[in-house]
Ligand binder design. Structure first.
Ligand code: VGL
Ligand code: ZN
Length: 207
């Protein structure tokens, strides 16, 4: 059976949010349409404590975009975003949630960031997403959401390494693009790692 994984479609990643992704709002209507094609849907939610180590504000004399060593893992520093229980951490208000089987929160450990919906960046913490999918007979996952070059990419790469047949729905994602073309680089990396890359229309009209 197949599942749709909706990654981090949260207010802080939408234009006007703390870590705004250009055109991030444009994935919402596409993802809502896609949801009609899936019986099994899960979502991930970036869910940081205010003292999270990925926030530039929690390090003295460090700016957003600088790199640090965070407990042995190279970490780019972000603006404060998706802080637990804040509006910025909530899902976009127009995103349909009725059919979701579960939400997997990530990034809760202040000592390590977590881009993937499956594991922390040091691969120690496990959200339980992989076992949840496997217990429910899911063999194939389709990934969409925000952002292409961070949480979507690492969710796709972990899905592949967990043995799921994995498809990226490319136009149902948008990228942070710190460097121009980070989105294209990320899509190439996912494809080279074994992900199938499709456009939403293929699923909406041909499946
Ligand atoms: C994300 C940066 C920091 C994402 C989350 O959802 O792609 N990016 N936290
Ligand atoms: Zn985050």
């Amino acid at each position: 059976m197949k599942a749709l994984i909706i990654v981090d479609v949260q207010n802080d990643f939408i234009p006007g949010g703390a870590l705004a992704v250009k055109e991030g709002d444009q994935v919402v209507p596409i993802i809502n349409e896609l949801q009609q094609k899936f019986d099994f849907i899960v979502a991930t939610q970036d869910w940081h404590p205010a003292d999270h180590g990925s926030f530039a504000a929690n390090h003295s004399n460090k700016n957003i975009g600088e790199f640090i060593d965070l407990n042995g893992v190279q970490q780019i520093l972000w603006p404060m975003h998706c802080v637990q229980e804040t509006t910025g951490a909530e899902f976009h208000p127009d995103l349909k949630t009725e059919k979701w089987k579960a939400v997997f929160k990530k990034g809760t450990n202040p000592k390590v960031d977590s881009y993937s919906g499956f594991f922390d960046n040091n691969r120690m913490g496990d959200t339980g997403l992989s076992s949840f999918l496997k217990e429910n007979g899911i063999e194939e996952v389709f990934v969409c959401g925000l952002a292409t070059d961070y949480c979507v990419k690492f969710t796709v790469l972990d899905a592949i390494s967990e043995g799921f047949k994995t498809t990226l729905i490319a136009d149902a994602t948008r990228a942070v693009n710190i460097q121009e073309n980070d989105d294209l680089k990320a899509i190439k990396e996912m494809s080279a790692s074994g992900a199938k890359v499709v456009l939403a229309d293929e699923i909406l009209y041909f499946s």
